[in-house]
Write a protein that binds this ligand. Structure first.
Ligand SMILES: Cc1ncc(COP(=O)(O)O)c(C=O)c1O
Length: 392
């Protein structure tokens, strides 16, 4: 008899697709290959100095070293409230309608445990950022997969169709716009339709707003909570990882329906002691920082997007310019379309020294696509284009 080393729950999880690619990347690097890495959406620029300086200042205060609060310190939650009002005209009660999360990945994972019962059906886009799927599975719920492409109208119809077919009826819908990995964007009108639909069908909505601030060509990404009635049926979750280059800091928040927020805060109170106080205080500096900084950040990604998309089109790999997020969602080029996404990603790595994410890492309907994160500088993007040209 051997000791039990793995719960049935995680036994069922498929091997993490990105692990295969990471092993390939590591092997290439060991051979001395300078891999140009578009694999992970891990921002390459540093956190702005005022935020770092605030952390340094607060960490010197010995009183800041004790346990924090898992719900978030009141000044952080008040900053969340200011952020919503300034950016979206949304009123959030800092006491009852907001909670801090240790990055939105943690927030989404525990939100699932806080609101999903064993066997509950949950509508989730396919493909999508993996925690949108796994929060359901971790909580013992059942996924109802909803094709998200090619546009928001089709997605809305697919939600309705999937809901009509499902027995028992799904209780929750998870959405994310601008969407990772497809970069699909919506207008406020879409959220109006979602709120109306969700109220009619008694479905709770979780909206992941991770890419709110990485927007191009004048596009403004809407907040779900800015839709009348949204707070009656849903919550929104935001991360500081992307907007302020704070991915390693692990800080974000959820806001919206007070009962859902209370459920998330309750489960978190059993799980963690909150984000380190100096990080929460520095996060206030981030949330209060001028919008101009965000425009500069978007301009960096926009320039990279333009170089990459123009270069790909020129070499015979057709792709449209996304209006938001830090990714390109690229159909595998015609001459390689028989290859699986993972095999094409490995080919790019071996023959062009370029790492991308296979679309299937985000769900079955990601087959036929790869995702490129624009986290390399312009020179390296140009180098990647020169390398990839050999495949055409
Ligand atoms: C859509 C989406 N949600 C959430 C996250 C997780 O962000 P965080 O760093 O806050 O955990 C990511 C990270 O890539 C993401 O793409």
């Amino acid at each position: 008899m051997a000791i039990q080393t793995q719960a049935n729950l995680i036994k069922k999880f498929p091997p993490y697709l990105f692990a295969i690619l990471n092993a390939e990347k590591l092997a290439a690097r060991k051979k001395g290959v300078d891999v140009i890495d578009f694999g992970m959406g891990n921002p390459d620029s540093p956190t702005p100095a005022p935020i770092v300086n605030k952390l340094i200042e607060v960490i010197q205060d010995k009183k800041s070293h004790r346990y924090s609060t898992s719900k978030g310190i009141p000044p952080f939650l008040k900053a969340v409230s200011r952020w919503y009002e300034r950016k979206y005209g949304v009123l959030i009660d800092a006491k009852t309608e907001a909670v801090s999360v240790i990055g939105s990945k943690e927030g989404l994972a525990h939100l699932g445990l806080a609101v999903i019962n064993r066997g509950d059906k949950v509508l989730v886009p396919n493909p999508t950022y993996p925690i949108h799927h796994y929060t359901v599975l971790i909580a013992g719920g059942t996924l109802v997969s909803v094709p998200i492409l090619p546009n928001p109208e089709a997605f809305m119809r697919n939600i309705d169709k999937a809901f009509a077919k499902a027995r028992p009826k799904p209780k929750i819908l998870i959405i994310n716009f601008p969407h990772n990995p497809t970069t699909l964007c919506v207008e406020q009108e879409f959220f109006k339709d979602i709120v109306k639909w969700a109220k009619k069908n008694l479905v709770m909505v979780i909206h992941d707003l991770a890419y709110a601030d990485i927007v191009f060509d004048g596009y403004k990404s809407p907040s779900f909570l800015a839709t009348k009635g949204a707070k009656d049926i849903g919550v929104e979750i935001f991360t500081l990882s992307k907007s302020y280059n704070m991915a390693g800091w692990r800080v974000g928040f959820a806001a919206g329906n007070p009962k859902v927020i209370a459920s998330l805060a309750k489960i978190k109170s059993y799980m963690d002691y909150g984000i380190f106080t100096p990080i929460q205080v520095a996060a206030i500096t981030a949330l209060d920082s001028p919008e101009e900084n965000l425009r500069r950040l978007s301009a960096v990604y926009e320039e990279r997007r333009n170089i990459m998309v123009d270069g790909m089109n020129k070499m015979g790999w057709p792709i449209e310019k996304p209006r938001a997020a830090m990714y390109l969602w690229a159909k595998i080029p015609e001459r390689y379309q028989k290859m699986k996404a993972i095999d094409f990603a490995i080919k790019l790595l071996k023959e062009a020294e370029v790492a991308v994410s296979p679309g299937t890492g985000f769900g079955s309907l990601g087959e036929g696509y790869v995702r490129m994160a624009l986290v390399e500088n312009k020179d390296r993007i140009r180098q990647a284009l020169r390398n990839m040209k050999k495949l055409f």
